[in-house]
Design a binder for this molecule. Structure first.
Ligand code: 2NL
Length: 344
């Protein structure tokens, strides 16, 4: 039995030495150390031995098992190291290959225009305010001097949710809310950009959803000339320092007196062309002195405070500034249109 174990040890060590991969190593483990392996077989035959021989052979069998186990583990570590080296060599990465192109988007043209206008008014000390797009009848109409029988309140012209709730038709409710929040106690200046909604059949110049920016300044002794100076600065910064403005009388329910502002046509410099329809002037926005009733409803005493307000459509500003001919282009999300303005 002693000889048998010695042969087993020699044989096993030679096979382990020659093993070329993990699978053959595993086969060797099973053949020698497994339940039906050679060493187990020897141990099973120990019953025939004398009581003196048994512990000697038992100890030897254990030694042989340990030697073989150790040899297998050593060889396994060697084989794994070799496999890793081979993998590292075969999988070298070519860092000189050009990378895949990532398409980076940019702000929408309308976003750029709104931000440009915001920056301009922030520079004049204005706050930016936002408000809800689902508004109450009170803030959208009543507080702005648009009483119950006013034609602008026609069901046909607005998206009503209930009798008292609707999608705001202008950003003016934000101004009404701002006046209310300041409780008639302090002067302020703010602009409010945002989405507004009107029932309309969409075409090249109409959209049922569009954006607005309105401004409101309330203080003591505010005059029409303050409005004119502010709008002149806005026009020159937005459209170029050579632009002239002119104010024409107009009507809005929340201002009195009310005006519309034109800028001199950039294309013909005021001589008259197809862009300005021969007039030399292009309409940009509306405004006026805040109606005393609106001040009062906002909590400001009209005998102490006065103010000016104005409103404009960023779509129209963008169309004039960049020659966009169809308002629907802003909402169709045609990537060819959007891409043209990523520099803007
Ligand atoms: C336009 C004209 C305008 C206002 C908006 C306003 C708001 C309050 C008080 C007074 Cl709370 N006025 N807003 C005033 C005049 C004109 O917008 O053509 N917008 C596109």
């Amino acid at each position: 039995m002693k000889e048998q174990l010695e042969t087993i040890q020699q044989e096993a060590l030679a096979k382990i030495e020659d093993a070329e991969g993990m699978t053959s190593l595993q086969d060797i483990r099973v053949a020698y150390l497994g339940k039906k392996g050679s060493i187990t077989k020897v141990l099973k035959g120990m019953g025939q031995l004398s009581p003196e021989e048994r512990p000697v052979i038992g100890e030897m069998a254990n030694k042989v098992r340990n030697i073989i186990t150790e040899a297998i583990e050593e060889k396994a570590a060697k084989l794994e190291g070799a496999a890793l080296n081979e993998q590292l060599e075969s999988e070298t990465i070519d860092v000189t290959l050009p990378g895949r192109k990532v398409n980076v988007g940019g702000p929408h043209l309308l976003t750029s225009i709104v931000e440009e206008i915001e920056d301009l008014f922030i520079g004049m000390g204005y706050e930016i305010k936002e408000g809800p797009e689902v508004e109450t009848d009170y803030y959208n109409f009543e507080a702005l001097n648009l009483p119950k029988d006013h034609p602008a309140r026609d069901m046909q012209d607005s998206f009503y949710i209930t009798n008292e709730l609707l999608l705001r038709t202008h950003t003016s409710p934000v101004q009404a809310r701002t006046m209310e929040s300041y409780k008639g106690e302090r002067p302020f200046k703010m602009i409010c950009p945002g989405k507004v909604y009107r029932r309309d059949s969409d075409d090249a110049t109409h959209s049922h959803q569009f954006t607005q920016i309105e401004g409101l300044l309330v203080d003591k002794n505010v005059r029409m000339s303050d409005l004119k100076g502010t709008l002149d600065k806005f026009a020159k910064q937005m459209f170029g320092k050579d632009r002239e403005i002119r104010l024409r009388p107009s009507y809005f329910p929340f201002t009195e007196p009310s005006v519309e502002m034109d800028i001199s046509c950039k294309v013909c410099n005021g001589d008259g062309c197809s862009v300005c329809k021969g007039t030399g002037w292009i309409e940009i926005l509306g405004g006026g002195m805040v109606h005393p009733k609106v001040l009062e409803m906002g909590g400001y005493d009209p005998s102490v405070y006065s103010g000016f307000a104005f409103g404009m459509g960023p779509e129209r500003i963008a169309m004039l500034k960049y020659g966009v001919s169809d308002i629907r282009s802003f909402y169709m999300n045609d990537i060819r249109f959007l891409k043209q303005y990523h520099h803007a």
